[in-house]
Design a protein around this ligand. Sequence first.
Ligand SMILES: *Cc1c(COP(=O)(O)O)cnc(C)c1O
Length: 395
Amino acid sequence: MQTQHHTRQRVEIQRLPGGIALKQGRRLLNFSDNDYLGLSFHPALQAAAAAAITEYGVGAGASRLVSGNHPLYTELEKTLVQMKGTEDALVFGSGFLMNLGVVNGLLQRGDLILADRLIHASLVDAMTLSGARFQRFRHNDMTHLEELLKRHGTLPTAQSAARSEGFGEYSPTKIYILTEGVFSMDGDVAPLPAMLGLAERFHATVIMDDAHGFGVLGNGLGTAAAQGVAGHPQLLQTGTFSKACGSYGGYVAGSSEMIETLVNRARSLIYTTGLPPSVVAANLAALKVIQAEPERGEKALHYARIFCEMLKLPAPQSAIVPVIIGTAEAALKAAHMLEEKGFLVIAIRPPTVPVGSSRLRIAFSAIHTEEMVKNLAIAIQSNLLARNADHSTTD
Ligand SMILES: *Cc1c(COP(=O)(O)O)cnc(C)c1O
């Protein structure tokens, strides 16, 4: 019975403009996707993509390192550099490919990864593939991270001593700290200044996946900008064009040295076809909208705040608000009840989240209206009250 609540299925859903999703013939208010700024239907992105298809065709034809590196890529990466405050940037086919490429391109066997316990599945796969040693620290717990660094951290003095004693090719173990900017299933934010303080002390590099912060926090510039650490030499800011940018693709922004290493070593960049020029054009148009209208991110945050106030939840740190339900069964039931009332809200279950913390994951977008948000809060309130009264619910 329990396994049934973990089965995943391909359900047809068609997204429409205005925050609407069409599911089995029914129009639902969509609070389930990551289009935080409502850019997936933005006329500027649609026009840029359509024009690029007409002019450049529908496919890239080859890898970026062969003949698939359309000039639009250069413009896109230059704009990312401006927004991220880094020396260079590199665009990948998707966020998943980017995480595989960044972790495997930079790390060598024998390096050490310290990863937040809640990092995204693509980073977990990337770590596993890398052959590096890795250990998880408790979510956002800098005391635990410091303990692990002390226990495992190769002291730089020991490294330079080893080198000066003539170890020749000796290459010291490098330490990488993996985190998300905004955590995808919890909506909370990593303490980047404290983490970078530790990175400085222990000569580590922080890889921060900002899939859910970019476009929303820091006037749209992301979690690092919001916390005043963009451009930190030991920080690699990564992310995706598939969420707030409303399109598709992944990116990494950091020092020239790290980006050059990735161009030469990231297999998920080298051995895969470049993004279609229309997608690159849409991504560029998305960055221009974010630069011109940073208030879009603020609007999504404003909705999250209204919702949390109404449900007496802790103040949100991003556009994602989890409503923890408990069992997978109860979370699915809550999602079904909301669907009956016209809302598309997704129940997130194990293994995506730990057992017993199944939840409704609510994502707010600038495309919503205040009325939609308030109606959702009212629907959830009555749903939860009904559930608490239902003694057959076992948690
Ligand atoms: C969605 C997501 C990814 C994957 O990005 P895609 O562009 O969808 O492949 C990577 N990391 C995090 C944290 C994500 O939420």
